[in-house]
Ligand binder design. Structure first.
Ligand SMILES: [Zn+2]
Length: 368
């Protein structure tokens, strides 16, 4: 297929309509850590099946890969693929503690808890012995602070250990191509679904798409609590030559540098280099490669913004070759100041950038 035809087909596949539907569906499905395979995995599986992605030769999907809590979609027959794509599917949430008169249930955060005041709607999930699945137990209110508390709407429901509380944030279509809601990391997961769907249909491009669990973990010394989901992958699979880790970017203040709506964004390093760092040769080579396709794919260097550490921390243990491309999601950090916003077209450009990165990684002459 000629380049023009290929790129036009890619742009058509990553239409605003399909990108928006995929994003909204994920945003409407909060998934506290260790519940992603049930709460988001089922939707991802159903959608990939509808798209026909799972019918192609050499495509393997595991909703809970080897019981690790991660979703894995592999393109290509061999276990050793040149590039992995990683986006976490779990959303921030709490574990339920004891009930305290007048306050509610004390919560233990399973993430970096910044919500020191205010209230947000919350939703409780629990594992059901009868169905063997995770389902909604009740809804209520998360009271910010240290510690945070949860007050169920229905006072008769008893909350017990093993239940998890997530933010029950509405997924809103703001019009003019923008969405607001829980985008961390619905944004990266949606782009991965779109990219994988396109590549599976075209065939011939080996890649692994991981929807990872337990991205953030509790506050702990150093980075030991980060990305436990992807740690379970790197211990069980041959390492890739490169990894593309996509988590929400922040943009520069006062309109400095590229902003939301300008396209996909590339950071050189994450979390002031505590996370992944892209080697200079890889940065230059991939940027040069992407330039050829700038008519179809907008990718800007996120000069004045930043990205957080995430699965990149783990992948650095097996390869230095990390790409930190994603899209902007300005807004409150972890509901310290409300939900996040994104541009649908930025996410479409991110999906296109993922497809090109997979092609680049397939054709690059990696050393033996
Ligand atoms: Zn994230």
């Amino acid at each position: 297929m000629k380049t023009e035809q290929f790129m036009d087909a890619l742009c058509q596949w990553t239409s605003e309509k399909r990108t928006k539907e995929t994003l909204l569906a994920l945003m409407k499905r909060p998934a506290p850590s260790q519940m992603g395979a049930d709460l988001r995995g089922r939707y991802i599986e159903e959608t990939l099946r509808q798209w026909g992605t799972l019918n192609h030769d050499g495509v393997a999907w595991h909703r809970d890969w080897k019981g690790t809590g991660n979703g894995v979609l592999q393109l290509g027959d061999s276990n050793a693929v040149p590039i992995w794509f990683l986006a976490h599917w779990d959303t921030i949430g709490f574990m339920v503690g004891p009930y305290q008169e007048e306050m509610g249930y004390r919560l233990t955060p399973f993430f970096h808890h910044f919500m020191t005041s205010g209230q947000e709607p919350g939703i409780v999930f629990g594992y059901s012995e009868s169905t063997g699945e995770v389902g909604v137990v009740t809804k209520g209110t998360i009271i910010g602070g240290d510690p945070a508390y949860f007050r169920p709407k229905d006072q008769d429901v008893e909350l017990v250990p093993g239940m998890r509380v997530a933010f029950d944030c509405p997924a809103e279509d703001l019009g003019s191509g923008f969405l607001r809601g829980q985008l961390d990391d619905a944004l990266g997961c949606a782009a991965q679904m779109l990219a994988a769907g396109f590549l599976a249909d075209k065939g011939g491009v080996p890649a692994l798409f991981a929807f990872t669990d337990e991205e953030e973990g509790p506050v702990a010394t150093g980075t030991t609590s980060f990305s436990r989901g992807s740690a379970r992958l790197i211990h069980r699979l041959p390492p890739p030559q490169a990894a593309f880790v996509s988590d929400c970017h922040r943009v520069g203040a006062n309109g400095q540098g590229p902003q939301m709506g300008d396209g996909a964004l590339a950071c050189e390093f994450a979390s002031a280099a505590k996370g992944g760092v892209t080697p200079p040769w890889l940065w230059v080579e991939t940027m040069r490669y992407m330039k050829q396709y700038q008519r179809w794919v907008k990718l800007h260097v996120n000069t004045h913004g930043s990205c957080s550490r995430s699965d990149c921390i783990r992948l650095m243990e097996v390869t230095p070759n990390i790409l930190l491309w994603s899209a902007a999601a300005p807004g409150g950090r972890h509901f310290h100041g409300g939900a996040n916003t994104c541009s649908i077209s930025d996410v479409a450009h991110l999906a296109r950038a993922m497809v090109l990165a997979a092609l680049w990684a397939r054709d690059y002459p990696w050393p033996e």
